[in-house]
Write a new protein. Structure first.
Length: 349
């Protein structure tokens, strides 16, 4: 058999590109992994249009929509998948996350329990258990606020006064204010945790007992865990601090204040990578509104990515009035080594 002409050989090398749903799905996944979310959505929408009967395509599209905050649309897609096939258990997990972000904690809890019921040993099981713990914590926090709703304004005014006194270093004046709040509202755990902080800064070891009491009565209380990690770290008791630090490394709270409290605590105790991973997802607008948190991000960035990336953040935090950033850049101007002066202190405004 003789050789075919060269142009025919070349034609045979050309492989037709079938733009099927599967093709667009894999391109969408590739875009998602590169964090090109809008492109990923367009590709996955194309995949769904071409192969509407493949539930995995729908679920992946819903997951990416959730990433950009389109929680309602994501849930609508997941509900449609479940209407066709109730065995796609991960739909319940993704819906639970969406409901949690929407603040619909009861619905989120029901979806999480449904997922765990259907898939006790699947890949999202531990994440679902962690989410369930957070949801119950959030609901307990809501219940606490309902109990004190009638005199909420007075309570907040008292608490803000105590917080201000602590930040000014007037611990002895803050303590009786916090004790009064606790007497009147025994389950207002924020006051307990704030009192523990004041006591620790006064050198009173009963701060530890107070934190453990909070955890006994309110298991998983995030601020108490933050305090214990910080207290033991500052006392140089690394082994005692370790289990609390591990707990903080695993948690990504839904509530914004809890989220930043964890990040700031981790940064204060030198867990810079974990702090960076959390704060990098905070919007630049919010960082601009909170110079202290921007400085925290600058510190974490320095230890994770180096001086060049951290310096613009430090300078911006200084411009916005961060006391710690001002002190650090003053030290930099005097040629002090960065790693000696760039640190974060949760207790300094």
């Amino acid at each position: 058999m003789g050789l075919k002409p060269k142009d025919e050989q070349e034609k045979q090398k050309v492989v037709p590109l079938f733009q099927s749903g599967d093709y667009f799905f894999h391109r969408g996944i590739a875009a998602y992994r590169k964090n090109h979310l809008q492109r990923a959505i367009k590709l996955l929408e194309r995949a769904v249009k071409l192969t509407n009967t493949e539930p995995v395509f729908h679920v992946q599209l819903a997951a990416v929509l959730s990433e950009i905050g389109e929680y309602e649309r994501s849930n609508e897609i997941l509900e449609n998948v479940l209407a066709e096939n109730k065995d796609v258990a991960e739909c319940y997990f993704f819906m639970a996350n969406n409901y949690a972000y929407l603040g619909l904690f009861e619905r989120a809890e029901r979806m999480t329990l449904r997922y765990l019921e259907l898939s006790p040993d699947e890949r999202f099981t531990q994440d679902a258990k962690d989410l369930l713990e957070l949801l119950r914590f959030e609901r307990e926090e809501e219940d606490d606020w309902e109990e004190i709703e009638e005199d909420e304004d007075e309570l907040l005014a008292q608490f803000e006064r105590a917080h201000y006194l602590i930040r000014q270093g007037n611990m002895s004046q803050a303590v009786p204010v916090l004790q009064k709040i606790m007497d009147e509202h025994p389950t207002y755990w924020t006051a307990h945790n704030q009192l523990a902080e004041a006591l620790f800064q006064m050198g009173d070891e009963s701060a530890f007992d107070l934190c453990y009491t909070v955890l006994e009565k309110d298991p998983g209380n995030l601020f108490a865990i933050c305090n214990l990690a910080l207290f033991y770290h500052k006392n140089g008791e690394a082994k005692k601090a370790e289990p609390f630090i591990r707990s903080l490394q695993r948690v990504y709270p839904i509530d914004g204040d809890h989220y930043t409290k964890v990040a700031e605590t981790l940064c204060t105790i030198g867990e810079y990578q974990a702090a960076y991973e959390r704060i990098k997802d905070v919007s630049r607008w919010e960082l601009e509104e909170r110079p202290k948190l921007l400085y925290c991000f600058a510190v974490a960035t320095f230890y994770v990515s180096g001086k060049e990336k951290a310096e613009p953040l430090l300078k911006r935090a200084e411009e916005l009035g961060s006391k710690q950033a001002i002190d650090v850049l003053s030290g930099v101007a005097k040629d002090r080594p960065w790693n000696e002066i760039v640190h974060y202190n949760l207790w300094v405004e």
